[in-house]
Design a protein around this ligand. Structure first.
Ligand SMILES: [Fe+2]
Ligand SMILES: [Fe+2]
Length: 275
């Protein structure tokens, strides 16, 4: 068995996600060839790299950005929110305005980060190391959209918010999750109306992005997580339904699809940190 290179791992993810280019929030920190046994975790730091060596792994994959350009250039991928909003009928100018607070916060966070922490230890350990964020979330977003379309089309009536939740629960990642799908804004018995699954854009869009959807014909926004203070802002506004699917469960939707593909190609995957 010849194994898969770090570039090969990236290529497979891009292919599954239907992307041509590696997004800015994903990077190879230490490249490697012919990997046969990789540790895959949602969050990876120096300790996890050492554990991977201890477990006889010859490579490590993180989901969340773990430093380098993936951390420094993270704010760039927030622009994906604009595309998603425009696809759902939000005017481009409104969409651009809605992500401004999100982008300024992300730029300050990136500037503050110790971007070389984990990558420096991967170099010292000579451990091939990469993270794949947006492509796997895009795979997950598509699977969530498909599940919602499939389930609501089978109802023969106008779906309510609970039907969207039930649709998500047809995916094993949500059905088996220790977390609950929540509705912190709106109510389960309200008409779902037009639904937007807002995932695969770096992070959730907070209150401003959800409001932009509600202002332009979307009644139900699905985020995978949201900060409590953003929920308060939306509640004060009093419009729309917000479904919060659960961070790790939702991340797993895309990750599991990718891991299945890696295993089908003969790679051994050691699961950790949420997988
Ligand atoms: Fe994710
Ligand atoms: Fe995540």
């Amino acid at each position: 068995m010849s194994g898969i290179s770090t570039d090969g791992l990236i290529h497979i993810a891009l292919e599954l996600a239907g992307m041509r280019q590696l997004p800015a929030d994903s990077a190879v920190y230490v490249s490697g060839e012919a990997l046969a046994r990789v540790l895959f975790g949602i969050d990876i730091g120096p300790a996890e790299l050492l554990i991977a060596r201890e477990l006889g792994c010859d490579g490590v994959i993180a989901h969340h950005p773990a430093g380098g350009s993936a951390t420094l250039r993270f704010p760039e991928v927030l622009a994906r929110h604009v595309e998603l909003m425009v696809e759902h009928g939000v005017p481009r100018e409104v969409a651009r305005d809605a992500i401004k607070p999100l982008v300024s916060r992300a730029i300050l966070r990136a500037q503050a980060a110790n971007y070389d922490h984990a990558p420096s230890f991967a170099r010292l350990l000579r451990m091939p190391f990469l993270n794949i964020h947006l492509p796997l979330d895009e795979i997950g977003r598509r699977l969530m959209v498909e599940a919602i379309e499939r389930h609501t089309a089978s109802l023969g009536r106008e779906p309510v918010v609970q039907d969207v939740i039930d649709a998500l629960l047809t995916l094993p990642e949500f059905a088996q999750a220790p977390t609950q799908v929540m509705v912190p804004v709106g109510a389960v018995d309200r008409p779902a109306g037009k639904v937007a699954v807002v995932h695969g854009a770096g992070t959730n869009g907070g209150a401003a992005v959800a409001k932009a959807y509600f202002d332009h014909g979307v009644s139900t926004v699905v985020y995978i997580h949201i900060a409590p203070e953003e929920v308060e802002r939306l509640r004060a506004d009093g419009r729309g339904n917000l479904i919060v699917a659960g961070h790790i469960a939702a991340d797993l939707v895309g990750i599991n699809r990718y891991v299945a593909e890696l295993e089908a190609r003969g790679l051994e995957v050691v699961r950790a940190s949420g997988l």
